[in-house]
Design a protein around this ligand. Structure first.
Ligand SMILES: [Zn+2]
Length: 486
């Protein structure tokens, strides 16, 4: 049997390369050779960069089974765009004595023939790289001159071909302004914005309702405030069917000024609200985080917040550095302290505390400076600030509830928890004040027995609050490192 192999890529299809031309030249060549019994192997719309192609797979299989006598191909690039793969395929054919014929090249399997074949392949690869580099440089120059590189059909804009720039599409821009206003001014959650748009009958370009991810993408896109980041991503083809999107390092991004649909201030407010909403959404309603307001990230000197994520029905609780809680939408510039699984750190700290006490029944030495009067003052200050913070939080929650940022169940739960915290803080505050007044600053009235006997969340929590330690988490990618400080 004799074979013809033909291929065009999707791009070549667009550019008008045709399979018909390849096939007819190949057929003519076989007819000239007086050869009949022709089988055609065709890959229509496949890149030559990868070997996985249905037509080629079938051809290689038939070659392996020694069914093919001659194989005619228009040019080596049809076989593969990659020199190594070209040689690999040529090798496979030689092994089974299949004679390889190119229409545009004389190819013979002699050492000279193969050398020529290799050089040709290397030159074509070099030219391809050169063209790619030239196009890339052209695009970069265009972006640096403040022009858009291509029309990405962004929602909210029309495209001015002559100036390579967006023009605001007022109808779409009004939808975008509405989304920003609902988010930044009214503190709506993404879901509520989606429902509001639906109730108003507002649709996207395809005439379908906006979904959460559409809205989110619009609300975080700085382009709408006038700065579009170009050269932020590139696509890398990893196989015949897959392209991976890779983010470039930030210093390679090129900002392009485009007509703004919302103000910079509105955009920034929206980012803050999105951060706060995400923060609220992620909080576990049970929220029994033992180390709340006790655990800090050392590198940022910020508290770490207890966060619960549910994956496939399983709850995973972490402490997350507050810098990341607020800046979750940033791609870079985040704190690199890892999220700490709550059970791990809680157990580790409690066990350490217990073993310290068991070894030496005198707890006071683990409360550095507990005899010093200024330490008490400091503690008082700290507790007072904490107490004030809680009260501020309480009024925040009530205003969030009023503004529909959270529902009544969440609000109630949050308020209950805060009430407990406030009560605990107030009690401790009163105790310390009392002791300060009576000059009893020597101990906090916590005995080793009490600590060892503490098993419930609340008893442990009370002890930790009374001890007044701060736990610092240090940056470490392999294991959890921490130290106590007062
Ligand atoms: Zn941090």
């Amino acid at each position: 049997m004799n074979a013809i192999y033909a291929r065009v890529s999707t791009l070549e299809q667009v550019e008008g390369y045709s399979l018909t031309d390849q096939l007819s030249s190949c057929r003519n060549r076989l007819l000239e050779m007086n050869v009949t019994n022709i089988e055609e192997y065709i890959d229509d719309g496949y890149s030559g960069e990868f070997l996985e192609r249905p037509g080629l797979d079938r051809l290689r299989n038939d070659i392996r089974n020694k069914l093919v006598e001659h194989i005619v191909i228009y040019d080596p690039d049809r076989l593969s765009r990659n020199l190594t793969n070209q040689l690999l395929l040529a090798d496979e054919m030689e092994k089974t004595n299949t004679k390889l014929i190119f229409i545009t090249h004389d190819y013979d399997a002699s050492p000279e023939g193969r050398l020529f074949f290799s050089i040709r392949g290397a030159i074509s690869a070099f030219e391809k790289a050169k063209i790619r580099e030239r196009t890339m440089r052209g695009k970069r120059t265009k972006a640096l001159s403040g022009k858009l590189v291509f029309n990405d059909k962004a929602f909210g804009y029309d495209y001015d071909e002559v100036n390579s720039m967006y023009m605001i599409n007022e109808t779409e821009a009004n939808i975008i302004r509405l989304m920003y206003s609902l988010c930044a001014d009214k503190h709506y959650s993404l879901r509520d914005i989606m429902l509001e748009l639906r109730s108003m009958g507002i649709m996207n370009r395809k005439g379908k309702p906006f979904v959460l991810s559409n809205i989110h993408r619009i609300l975080i896109n700085e382009m709408y405030a006038g700065t579009k980041w170009s050269f932020k991503y590139y696509g890398k083809k990893t196989s015949q069917y897959k392209t991976k999107v890779i983010t470039r390092p930030q210093e390679e991004w090129i900002p392009i000024q485009v007509p703004a649909i919302v103000t910079k201030e509105l955009w920034s407010t929206a980012q803050q609200v999105l951060g706060k909403n995400k923060f609220l959404a992620e909080r576990n309603t049970k929220r029994n985080y033992l180390l709340r307001s006790i655990i800090k990230c050392e590198c940022c000197n910020r508290y770490m917040t207890g966060v619960c994520r549910v994956q496939k029905g399983v709850e995973y609780k972490y402490y997350v550095c507050n810098r990341n809680m607020e800046n979750w939408y940033l791609k870079t510039g985040k704190c690199t302290t890892r999220n700490i699984p709550s059970s791990l750190i809680e157990e580790s700290i409690w066990n350490t505390l217990c073993s310290l006490i068991k070894k030496d029944q005198d707890l006071s030495i683990y409360m550095p400076n507990s005899n010093a009067q200024d330490n008490i003052t400091e503690q008082l200050e700290r507790l007072t600030t904490y107490h004030e913070k809680l009260q501020k939080k309480r009024s925040d929650i009530m205003s969030w509830f009023r503004d529909n940022v959270i529902d009544s169940t969440t609000a109630k739960k949050e308020l209950q928890d805060i009430k407990k915290e406030i009560a605990a803080a107030a009690t401790t505050l009163a105790t310390i004040k009392d002791k300060k007044e009576r000059g009893m600053i020597k101990s906090f009235n916590i005995t080793a027995e009490e600590i060892l006997a503490a098993t419930t969340f609340q008893t442990k929590r009370d002890i930790l609050l009374k001890l007044g330690y701060t736990i610092y988490i240090t940056k470490n990618s392999h294991h959890i490192d921490w130290y106590l400080s007062n």
